[in-house]
Write a protein that binds this ligand. Structure first.
Ligand SMILES: Cc1cc2nc3c(=O)[nH]c(=O)nc-3n(C[C@H](O)[C@H](O)[C@H](O)COP(=O)(O)O)c2cc1C
Length: 224
């Protein structure tokens, strides 16, 4: 199987799973996935789980700690159920606070460049409901560009998402099979097949100039 070049990723494989479920104790899918990932860690796979709602019940994210984890990662996974066609609230706050200008993107913001980002999510809606003729009206892929573009802005390689549709009615066997697929992929890291990559992360149009930020813009105006 061909391997993707891992541009800025040096050092041994280290998978960081950012998990964000607001009610993990009620979860069937994400809870099962996390349990499977934790078992992988027990088997010697270099995987670290950051369960955001457990770590930060007060929503006070330790940005320095999160950035240090990401800096050491060779693969970053975002694992959350789909809520209102996007991220769960703490996942979104984590993105807002951790992926900072000058660190994750913008001038000098190369900390994540070349790292693969993999979205692992679940939807209550069935695969068929994500269709123009059904109540979700759009294909599931219509909701993915904000993730893909976030990755691109940070120079990350966006990996084709792993999605379990119809989570409410998925059988225990289907959930277990899904967890196994997830773990097989994690075990295979860093040997990702070429066709798993939805983008190569090398986005020439994604360089954010210093003047794009309000503070920088004010500075620039003052200097005029
Ligand atoms: C607040 C909230 C918003 C949700 N929004 C969506 C949605 O936009 N699309 C969808 O298909 N399912 C939606 N769901 C269903 C969840 O995606 C589903 O419950 C979850 O994937 C099941 O995973 P779990 O067993 O880990 O909880 C939503 C659920 C909640 C609680």
């Amino acid at each position: 199987m061909p391997e993707l070049p891992s541009a800025a990723v040096v050092g041994p494989p280290h998978i960081v799973v950012i998990a964000a479920h607001p009610a993990m104790e009620q979860s069937r899918v994400n809870h099962a996935l996390l349990q499977a990932v934790r078992a992988l860690a027990g088997d010697g796979v270099a995987v670290e789980v950051r369960d955001l709602y457990a770590l930060y019940p007060d929503y006070l994210i330790d940005v320095a700690a999160e950035q240090a984890c990401l800096a050491a990662a060779s693969l970053i996974v975002w694992q959350h159920p789909l809520h209102w066609y996007g991220m769960t609230p703490l996942m979104k706050l984590w993105v807002d606070e951790v992926l900072t200008f000058g660190w994750a993107y913008g001038p000098g913001g190369t900390a994540l460049a070349g790292k693969p980002l993999w979205l692992v999510t679940s939807t209550g809606g069935t695969r068929d409901s994500y269709h123009p003729d059904s109540y979700n009206r759009y294909a599931f892929t219509a909701f993915v560009p904000p993730y893909e573009q976030t990755a691109a802005l940070c120079g990350m390689r966006f990996i084709e998402p792993l999605v379990l549709h119809g989570a409410h009615h998925a059988s225990a066997d289907a959930v277990a099979a899904h967890a196994e697929t997830y773990c097989q992929r994690l075990r295979r890291h860093p040997a990702w097949p070429q066709d798993d990559a939805a983008g190569d992360g090398d986005c020439a149009d994604c360089a954010v100039p210093a003047t794009a930020r309000p503070a920088a813009t004010r500075e620039a105006h003052r200097a005029e």
